[in-house]
Design a protein around this ligand. Structure first.
Ligand code: ZN
Length: 287
């Protein structure tokens, strides 16, 4: 049950979904970003990774316009990860000055693009298509560049996910790392990479665009992502939480079973830490 009814808008959403597939992404519609927030179209590099490109479409500018954009950009990175690039689209008309002012702070963010009155404007749709081609994996000038981009995204997504999962403080699995006294802790060091790649990756289209720093940055993220996975697996196989070092266990949360609704209707099984918010798996089953 989608929130869009307008047939032209739905057709446009389908177009974006297919476009993503053609460009090499896992493309999804009505994608949950938590709570009651759904993003119209997301493009992901891999099924289990955070979206890379997101689209929010409003048929007409209204008062609740782009509430997801506000959600995406108004929430701390540690709680809700930002995407590489977000497209805010008003399909059949444009924002009023008041609406634009309200969104101004978010729209000034460097990785949001706003498109208005896109419907029946082939020139503007062409502009959007041109902008999208810079995210294309299939149109790059060499397999080296395609490989650089896809590997960077793959490993940066892993690091972003780890940062999202572990939060600001140095997690347990990093605690034993040897740190030279004048160097930043590796966990804090790795926080710079998502921004580095966010600014850099789409600018690399040709082999001549690739510099020494880009190569070194990729080597560093591969190293750190691989280390995280290995340490995480080792700790988990011993039932130890990689975030805080306490025990991993399973718990159940029943839905319903309240005074108004005495019979539980579903149960969520959570495998995760008994002490902190680290979660390994969550599954809800109807009763
Ligand atoms: Zn824990």
């Amino acid at each position: 049950m989608g929130r869009h009814q307008d047939p032209d808008t739905l057709q446009f959403i389908e177009w974006l979904k297919n476009k993503g597939r053609i460009m090499g992404y896992v493309s999804k519609t009505e994608y949950s970003i938590g709570g009651n927030y759904f993003i119209d179209v997301v493009w992901k590099y891999r099924e289990n990774l955070h979206p890379v490109i997101t689209f929010e479409i409003e048929t007409y500018a209204g008062n609740s316009i782009f509430k997801n954009t506000a959600k995406l950009y108004g929430t701390r990175q540690a709680i809700l990860k930002k995407t590489w690039h977000h497209f805010a689209i008003v399909f059949k008309n444009s924002l009023t000055t008041g609406q634009y002012d309200a969104l101004h702070r978010d729209l000034d963010h460097q990785n949001i693009s706003l498109y208005q009155t896109l419907f029946n404007d082939p020139d503007l749709k062409k502009t959007l298509e041109d902008e999208l081609t810079k995210f294309d994996f299939t149109q790059l000038d060499s397999s080296l560049i395609t490989s650089y981009r896809s590997n960077s995204l793959f490993y940066v997504s892993d690091i972003e996910f780890a940062l999202h999962q572990f939060g600001e403080d140095i997690p347990y699995l990093f605690k034993s790392d040897y740190v030279e006294f004048d160097k930043a802790h590796p966990y804090n060091e790795m926080k710079k990479y998502p921004d580095y790649f966010r600014n850099r990756i789409w600018k690399i289209r040709r082999e001549s665009d690739l510099n020494q720093e880009d190569i070194e940055a990729l080597i560093s993220i591969v190293k750190v992502a691989t280390t995280i996975t290995a340490k995480e697996n080792l700790l988990l196989s011993n039932g130890v939480c990689p975030k805080c070092g306490k025990k991993i266990g399973q718990r159940q949360v029943y839905h319903g079973g309240t005074e108004e609704d005495p019979v539980p209707y579903a149960v969520t099984y959570i495998v995760g830490c008994e002490e902190c918010d680290y979660e390994l798996n969550r599954e809800t089953i109807d009763l």
